[in-house]
Design a protein around this ligand. Structure first.
Ligand SMILES: [Mg+2]
Length: 262
């Protein structure tokens, strides 16, 4: 099969690497795509790490990427907040350094007291506690703007067991706070809009990912070409049953350059 695209939204975990292990052939495939003039945008729902940490991680795996080519759900949240004008707003942040950095770059400042908060931002937080739930939900109940990086229920942590994701933490705060957050990560519209903003000028965008419910759903909602890989969460057997079917199923991103139309 031959595909035509001049920009690729590329998921990270399960596509480029699994945990700390590079997917065989991924660095070479990405280099080959660049050589053919395909613009790359690495997009992840993981809001924990900073853009700088991703640049370093990819470099360590033999993949060169600029800061502008990395889009985390935290960065998307920061851009959404900037558009919404949260300048000088006090923010309760339930999340890691990546989310904190994005909230601060939008002009908000982190506070601990719900009475000082005009904003609550939620992502995956390894140190989530009852006290954080109490403080965040109090601010939500008091009317603070309420955003989340993503709503993934679980993620594969590498030990063969699914760990609770940002969506599980978010659900607790939504239940206690009495209302729902605006979610910005895949498959929701803000992530897609920021991707298209970054890739302005591209005529055909494709998305490659290992999760039908986030990566493929994101692409489908925008009419992008959808490519599923079986190097991540979905097995080859399960990929055949994915509905609606993606435009292309590959064993891994290593096979992608040869499918490009000439
Ligand atoms: Mg993935």
């Amino acid at each position: 099969m031959s595909l035509r695209f001049d920009a690729l939204v590329c998921d990270l975990d399960g596509v480029v690497y699994r945990g700390d292990q590079v997917i065989e052939g991924a660095p070479e495939a990405l280099a080959a795509l660049r050589e053919r003039g395909v613009r790359l945008l690495f997009a992840t729902n993981n809001s924990h790490f900073t853009v700088e940490e991703y640049v370093a991680k990819l470099a360590g795996l033999g993949i060169s990427a600029s800061r502008d080519e990395i889009l985390t759900s935290a960065v998307v949240l920061g851009e959404v907040l900037e558009d919404a004008g949260v300048d000088a707003t006090g923010a309760i942040v339930v999340g890691g350094p990546g989310l904190r950095e994005a909230v601060e770059s939008a002009g908000a400042h982190v506070v601990e007291d719900p009475g000082d908060a005009g904003l609550v931002a939620v992502g995956w937080d390894l140190e989530f506690t009852y006290n954080k739930l109490r403080v965040a939900s109090a601010a939500v109940r008091a009317g603070a703007a309420f955003y989340a990086s993503n709503d993934d229920a679980t993620f594969p942590a590498g030990d063969g067991v699914l760990w609770p994701g940002a969506g599980a933490i978010l659900a607790a705060i939504e239940v206690a706070g009495g209302r729902k957050a605006t979610v910005v990560g895949k498959p929701h519209a803000p992530m897609a809009e920021v991707c298209e903003r970054r890739l302005a000028g591209a005529t055909n965008i494709a998305v490659i990912g290992d999760r039908p419910d986030t990566d493929l759903a994101l692409g489908r909602s925008r009419g992008w070409t959808t490519i599923l890989v079986t190097s991540g969460i979905i097995s080859k057997e399960d990929a055949a049953g994915v509905d609606p079917p993606p435009d292309l199923v590959l064993g891994s991103i290593a096979e992608l350059p040869e499918t490009l139309g000439r």
